[in-house]
Design a binder for this molecule. Structure first.
Ligand code: NAP
Length: 543
């Protein structure tokens, strides 16, 4: 796939819109503004290729947990029918091929500037334009600035003393070397047991001499049961574009499955067990769709949690290791629930050890390995699967300054505040695709992205039709939306996971605010449509 794009077709000075990021969001936003509204738009992308998350996250086992036929755009029936996924869950290289296919199919590359990181963006009130500075020192201006930087793109490497003196090699999964890493004959330490660590561990264990997994918070996981897709299924997908899209747009989490209408308490314990067994056998994220009340009723959730902990104890042969893995402190799915290919069984391998760093915390990294309160673990390679400065991190690192030079970092010092996840008062003509306050990470991402991009596009189209040049949400609308985001989170068990990145708890010093909108994607879509139907209530426009 080409990593070199043609020279941009639009001179920088004439831009209507600058889009930051060439992942799922940025590609579609470019298509909408350029091809549907006829605007002069450019994408600035830090990477040397398109793909966003899937350009950077190349770690062993990297795969999406959304089922492949749902992990794509649905705006184009022709595109949907033309692309064929090979497996139930798409692997990173295949997703990257898909996004490159999209870039080529819609001739997007000519308006994407690769290797162009944004380091500052300042709103100029005199001209109602954004001045965007790149790492190369160039300044571009545009009426609109649209961030399409993803929610999980700022790697969180823990600040552990001694890392710089480590004699071996270390990597963060979100910044994986393109040439890959050879684990053969190496003693590998894997820090982190979130979705990434749980995907990577079984693959690393296959070739490493020894793998030590450093677990701080034990985690649930449900088998993915990945497999090649049959010819019949591929045919069914092609024939059912409209129905698949309809289902995904009607569900709270944007997946192509419907959450069961029954309560945990509608069935007998034996029936419940049978339903959980069937969901376990089916595998994947839809385990949490077995009952409607798993995420709102702690006692209901406990039944799923106990089932999953019992599975860990059955799979893992060493009782002490099983006990550590099953010692989970939060409700099931209150943190993003991982799915796996043989994660727990990996601990039955003779070359895999679990170290509980909740009991014996990591103290430092020595030249020879990781030192915990229980002693030193000698290592050749450390893999940090330690997650991201999620949702706000990718936005704050852009150095955004709104009206009067107000920094976004200051506006969000106590946590993110915006309207519909999309606009911040004091930052006119700035739109944030899947910003905090949107369902984004609680949803199958392409579904959330299409909605956000289309809403932004419609808002800009309305401005152009009416000759308006400036849009800015109001403080009152922002207050109301923040209250709705908080209320939606409080109605669920999600805030009960104290170590969750949804709360910013994984980054030292980050304000503890529940960031995504937990009221469900379908409900969010209705709210956004109502706002638009009321002539963008909560947004002020001027010429
Ligand atoms: P994560 O969920 O934030 O997990 C990070 C892990 O690192 C946690 O186990 C965390 O422990 C641990 N950790 C962090 N700092 C540590 C430290 N200083 N010492 C010891 N342990 C430390 O990150 P992730 O696994 O990369 O996943 C992030 C999100 O990316 C997922 O939730 C998901 O939304 C997305 N993702 C999706 C897929 C997919 O679709 N297949 C795959 C991977 C990721 P604590 O829990 O104690 O903080």
């Amino acid at each position: 796939m080409p990593d070199v794009n043609p020279a941009p077709t639009t001179a920088a000075a004439e831009l209507d819109a600058i889009i930051v990021g060439a992942g799922f969001s940025g590609l579609y936003q470019l298509l909408c503004l350029r091809d549907r509204l006829g605007m002069k738009a450019t994408v600035l992308e830090a990477g040397a290729g398109v793909g966003g998350t899937w350009y950077w996250n190349r770690y062993p086992g990297a795969r999406c947990d959304s089922e492949s036929h749902s992990y794509n755009y649905t705006f184009s029936k022709e595109l949907f029918e033309a692309w064929e996924w090979s497996e139930r869950y798409p692997q990173q290289p295949e997703i990257l091929r898909y996004l490159n296919h999209v870039a080529d199919r819609f001739d997007l590359r000519r308006d994407i500037r690769l290797n162009t990181a944004v380091v500052a963006a300042r709103f100029d009130a005199a001209t109602n334009r954004w001045l965007v500075t790149t790492a190369g020192g160039e300044t571009l201006t545009a009426q609109f600035l649209i961030t399409a930087v993803g929610c999980l793109s700022t790697a969180n490497v823990p600040n552990i003393p001694g890392l710089e003196g480590f004699a071996g090699a270390w990597y963060h999964t979100g910044q994986w070397p393109h040439e890959g890493v050879d684990f053969a004959g190496k003693r590998v330490g894997l820090v982190g047991t979130g979705s990434t660590g749980i995907q990577a561990a079984p693959v690393i264990a296959e070739t490493a001499a020894h793998l030590t997994v450093f677990q701080r918070t034990a985690n649930y996981s449900v088998p993915a049961h990945n497999a090649p897709l049959s010819a019949e299924f591929k045919q069914w997908v092609k024939a059912n574009h409209a129905e698949i899209r309809r289902v995904m747009q009607s569900t709270p989490n944007g997946h192509p499955f419907v959450i069961a209408d029954r309560s945990v308490w509608d069935v007998t314990p034996a029936e419940r067990e049978a339903l959980y067994e069937a969901a376990w056998a089916k595998g994947g994220l839809q385990f949490r769709a077995t009952f409607r009340d798993l995420l709102v009723d702690k006692a209901a959730n406990d039944t799923a949690a106990e089932f999953l902990k019992a599975k860990i104890r059955q799979i893992v042969q060493d009782p002490a290791t099983a006990a550590k893995l099953a010692d989970i402190d939060h409700p099931y799915a209150a943190k993003r629930p991982p799915i796996d290919d043989d994660y727990f069984a990996t601990f039955n391998r003779p070359n895999v050890t679990l170290v509980d760093v909740r009991a014996a915390p990591i103290q430092r990294i020595s030249p020879a390995g990781i030192v915990t309160a229980a002693g030193e673990v000698p290592l050749d390679i450390i893999v940090f699967a330690t997650g991201f400065d999620a949702m706000t991190g990718p936005l704050l690192r852009l150095g955004i300054e709104g009206e009067g030079g107000r920094k976004l970092a200051d506006a969000w010092a106590a946590g993110p505040r915006n309207t519909l996840g999309v606009q911040v008062a004091g930052f006119p003509n700035l739109f944030t695709v899947t910003g905090p306050g949107s369902p984004s990470v609680l949803c199958n991402m392409p579904v959330a992205i299409e909605q956000h991009v289309e809403w932004i596009t419609a808002c800009i189209a309305r401005m152009r039709a009416k000759g308006l040049t400036r849009v800015e949400t109001t403080e009152a609308a922002m207050d109301a939306w923040v209250a709705q985001v908080n209320a939606a989170a409080s109605a669920t068990l999600l805030p009960q996971a104290q170590h969750s990145w949804y709360l910013g708890a994984n980054v030292p010093g980050k304000p503890r605010v529940f960031m995504p909108y937990a009221g469900g994607m379908a409900h969010f879509r209705r709210i956004c449509d109502e706002v638009a139907a009321k002539d963008y209530e909560g947004f002020a426009f001027s010429a």
